[in-house]
Every structure is written in C-alpha cells, then in structure tokens.
Design a protein around this ligand. Sequence first.
Ligand code: BGC
Length: 770
Amino acid sequence: MEDAACIVESMGLDEKLALLSGRDFWHMNGVPSAGLDAVMLTDGPHGLRKQVGKGDHLGLNESVPATCFPPACLMASSWDEDAVGAVGEAIGVECCQEDVAMLLGPGVNIKRSPLCGRNFEYYSEDPLLAGRLAAAFIKGVQGKGVATSLKHFAANNQETLRLSSSSLVDERTLREVYLRAFEIAVKEARPASLMCSYNMINGTYSSDNAWLLTKVLRDEWGFEGFVVTDWGAMSDIVKAIKAGCDLEMPGPSPDNAGLIRKALEEGRLSEADIDKCVTRLVHFLIKSSHTKKAPYDEDGHHQMARRMASSSFVLLENDGTLPLKADGRYSLIGSLAHEPRYQGAGSSKINPTKLDRIDEALTARGVQYSYAPGYDVHSSGTDEDLIREAKAVASASDVVILVLGLPSGYESEGFDRSRLDLPEGQLRLLDALKEVGRPLVVLIEAGGPVLLPFRKEVSSLLFCYLGGQALGTALADVIFGDLSPSGHLAESFPLSIEDTPAYGSFATGERNVEYREALLVGYKWYDHMGLDVAYPFGHGLSYTSFHLDAVRLSKAEGPVVYASCDITNTGDCDGDALIQVYVGKADSQVFRPVRSLAGFRKLHLLKGQKRTVLVKLDPRAFQYWDFKTASYEVEEGEYQVSVGFSSRDLVEEKSLYLNGTVCKPSAAPAVPRGRKPVFEDLFQGPLPLPTPKEGLTLNSTVDEILATEAGAEVLGPIVKASEEAMASLDPEEAAMMKAALHDQPLRGLAMGGVFSAISVLDQIHQLEAK
Ligand code: BGC
C-alpha cells in the first residue's frame, strides 16, 4: 500500500472523487497524473461476459465469445477444489486476453431456499463447501494476475425485492451460515475485492454497513482489498465511505461528488476518510497495470468445460441401465436435447465460443438413435401430437433417453421460482413413455432442485444442472461410460416445497425477510425436523462401488482434528469417491444442528484399488458463536465425528472429547429435535423495521414513488419510457427487467448517471409542497 499512499498524497480532491465512482458501466477511472489507466471490471462468474457495445447488468446485450464453463450449481457438485481452481485459471487467462482487470465473481451466497431464482449462480446450502470452492476458484483466477470480486456480500438470498428488502438474521446465524463462506474465501484466497449486495441486513443497506464492511470484513478477517457496490447498490455515499465501501459502480454519478463535498464542508466526513478508500483503489490500479495479455487455447478450454461437467453430473438413480452400450438402438426424446439449457439468465450469461448439443454429441459418437421433441421447450403446456410422436419413436427403440428440465422462464436472476415441479407437459410425456415399457434413462437440465415424484419408476436418473457449453459431449461421456459419474449434491432435494427450511418466510413480498429457520439451513433443517428428503445433501451414485472402513481420529490437542479412513474401489470400473465428514454433539446444551459438514475429499481409485484418506476438519465444526464473549467458543464434552458418502449415508462414527473454552456457553439452549427454533429469542432485541416511511427519499422504491401523485407525475414518464424499451425483449428478459424496475430504489434507477436522482426527488418534493 506504500506506493498507493504516495500517489494519493499527490492527488487533488477532484481526482480522488472521480475515482470513487465508475467511469462508465464497466470501467473504473484511472489516475492519469500517476500514469494509471482506467480498468475494466466485468461479469463472471462461470466465464467472461465482456460487453464491448452497449453495457447492461442483466445479460441482455451480447458480449464477446468466451468459454461458458458450467455454472456454480454444477461445478459445486464436483466437490473438487482442484477442478474448480483449474476453471478459475482458465477464466483468468481469458480475462487477460480481453484486457479485463477484474472478474465479478464468484457468488457465494447460501442457498436458503431452492426457490431462489439465482441459485444456479451459487455453490451450496453449506457454507464450508461453498467457501472452499470459492477459495479455489479465486486462487485460480488471481493466479493469472486477474482480480476477483467475491459477491454478494451479504445475506442476499432471494431475488424478490432484492434491491430493497432487509434480511433479518440473528448475529450467530449470520456469522455461522451467511458470512462463513465469505470468511473462508477471504482468509484462504485473499480476493482483491468484495461486492456488497443490494439488500439491507437488519435494516442497514450493505453499502452503508460499517459493522459488515469494516468491523467484520477488515478488522476481524484481515481483508485488505476494496469493496465495490453491486451495480446500482450504493445507498448513501457519505455513510458508505465511512463504512468502508470504496467504489460505486456503475458511474459516473451526477450527485455523489456534490454530496461528498457538502459532507466535507459540514465536517461529517474528513479527507482522511476519503483517502482510505482512494488508497485501496489506487493500490488495485497499480497491481492491475502489470496484467499481461496472452492468447488462449479455445479448444483446450472447451475440453476443460467438458471435463468439469462430466465429473459433476449427479447420478441419482440407476438400476444398471447406465452406462449404455455403444451399439444399442436408442430413442432420444425431449427438445432440451437439441435446445439445451446450459446456463442461467441474467448478468452471468456468457456468449459461448461453441455449443455441444446432446443430439449432435450422440451423432458424433456414431450412436444409432431416433429423435422426437416430445414437448415445446418454451411452454409448460402439454402437446398431445408431440407426445404421440414421441411414443412411436420410443416404441421402436430398446432404451429411451429422455431429456427433461426447467424452461428458462422458470428461473433467472431478478425473480424467484414460484414452484419446484417440472412443467406439466413434460410430466405428461414421461407418463406416456412409461407406458411404452422400455428402460427409461432420464436426464434433467435445471439450475436447482425439482420435485421428482417419478424417481423410483425410471431406470436411471442423471441430474445435469446447467452443463455449460460442452454439456452434450460431457453427457455422452458419462452415459456411455467413458467415465463413471462422480458428482454429489451440494444441496438437498426436498419432497415438497412445504418441507423446505424457509417455507413461509422466503420471498413473501414483504420488505422484511425473516430468517426464521436460523442455523437450520439445508440438510441441517431436514435432520433437525426428522424429515425425509428425495435425495440428501451429498448424495451421488457411481458406476462402481466403494467400501469405507477403519475411521480414525487424530488426538484433539490443538484446534485442528484430522479424520482418516480406508477406502476401496470394490466395483467393476475406475471411479472417483467422495469422502464426507460430519460433526455433531448429541448432548449439546447449546442450540446447534444435528450435524454439520466438517471436511471432504474426492479421490480417484482404480478398480480394486485401496487408499487411506486424510481429511482435515474445519475447527468451526466444533465451535459456536458466543454473543457474550463475542467470539467462537467450544462447548466441553463428547463430539461425534461421522464419515460416509452423504449426509444420510454415514458409514462409521467415532467420538472425541474436547475441553471447553468457556465455563457456561451463552448461546441459546438446545432446541429439541422436531421443534422449530424461536426466531424472536435468537434475534435478541426488537426486529428492525424496513426503511422508515416518513416521506419519499432516494431509497424509496419506484413503486412507492409512483403511488404518490407528485411522484407519478415526475417519475411516471421515465418509468414509461423504460417499459416501452422492454417491448422488444423476450418474455423472460422482460419479466426480469420489470421486477428490477419496480422495486428499484430511486438512486439505483439513476445508476450510471442516466439522470440525477437528487434533482428528480427535488422536483417531487417541490410539487408536493405546492
Ligand atoms: C448483479 C451482479 C453483477 C452486476 C453487474 C448485478 O445486477 O447482481 O452479480 O455482477 O449486476 O452485471
């Protein structure tokens, strides 16, 4: 930081203020007097989305071609830090080639509900898994000299009202669940930047949150990089600077320089406050100026996307029909085989360098098959003609390969899913194909869990998530047995939406979003409530089988415990095994999950091979956040360490005695199994109200403003013009844009300097005063 401090000393106030807001949609300003150029920051995360024409943050306008790797939902199912790191490296190389200084990602928000429309961009319901994979990805990208921005910090777990809602989370849950993945990634991989989220946490917008951005992030975790706002997430620039939010994107802002000058004059801000932010930004610019442009091997990256996908698909069921023989007579049914869903919509949408469709991949392998679409991929309705045709094609084959999935309009950044089931027309098709009586291999493309009531009635079920640009060849590799599937679920698959942890308190449409399930997110909820699931967290089958035994634990002398076990490939082919280790404390006096993931390790085993595996356990698995000591503590006593193949397939358990770090834990008392935690008790204090309702402010949403007479008169025409511009969009994009438009705070609507939010608000106030 010394060089940066030196440059900052020589900078005038104008130059400093210019640096605090973006130059345009995708660039931050440079410092011309110090020879530092403006640099480009752009999406991510599963590939590069560099727009050279008109910029937007919703994936609407095209970007330069780049490798579309599998999105995080699929990559996470690999549970493979090395593979995820290698993808990060490849994306870093593509960023260098395109002169991009920072990739906006990875996204490490926790999957609180399977209904979150943007879950495809996130890794897991478990913070340890999410944090470790994010750390690997960051190290990969940054190893190539390209910065990353870990997002969205924090508690941004739904799309409904994402720009204006307030996540109400008790501090222990916040730290142990929603901040934990960020903490792991910050400490292990030192991302250059964090992106603060749109939402409020307990009543304070993330950009203004000094507790979050300074106390926790910098003072406790030692973060040395800079914080950038999500696009349009700057709430109050003066509070934000004091809180440790360094850069507003996009820019320029017609209002902020004036607001800062006024605060300086009134003594609400000092130049030293500004210098802290400016120094961090200059430091980043200095580092970015060393990035080297290098060409990359497009085909090599495509092959890497293929390997990443093929080692991540999750085999949920198999009666031995898979792998398929090369010389069978097949039918391939489902229009998603030809028009695949391989990534999600929104700011992460990549323009792929090529696309491997499933039907073309089978043709290229010389597979004999007949194809029928079976349903219209864009609608959820039933098409009897297509079903009749599909049945005829299926009857003439020995095995049916059926591709189902969620249409793109079902899930996206910008809105949440309303249901968990597959479209009715696809389910009707499946019923009709069952009547044909041939073995039925079902492949599913979706960004998150779907209800699978038919799961025991089909021969094989492979969950493909969104496979990236090589999904077709990657799928062919797996279903024809070139390699054994080795993906495992990074999230639970529930039996119904009513069973899910946040049911009733997720995306209710209220601005206050109460995190009532507290620590019991994902499998921790199902285990605590004693609920059956369709597939548990960590589940995934293989073409081979593994035997696990001889679990041993290291002595718990320090904070770190190691578990080891022997693992043998007992089946007929080579394959990858995933060892998962969970920790619980059956007699805990403190509220805690039945068990939590404490470590994992994926390894390759040749047929018949036996290996000993060592897994380092996360010390936090034995700890809880104690609000009295304001630190992590250990409750004294016996802990159970279980090792197995999923959260519900635990093969061996060993116990371990740990000395306590406090005489009497101050955390909430244990909650009996089957009973819900009491949110009000955990929250400790009154629940904050969403933004106060006294008159219109820059933080009032478009809908709140339009509801007033003066607001409608001033803002109405601006909103109308924006809506008219949406007429040419396809329905899914228009839905996303509309949601974003109406719950957008006024200051966010003005993002990128399209108008001055302050003067629009002044006009409204003047009209109101008349
Ligand atoms: C998204 C971010 C993204 C940014 C820029 C926002 O709407 O939430 O994830 O990086 O736009 O496109």
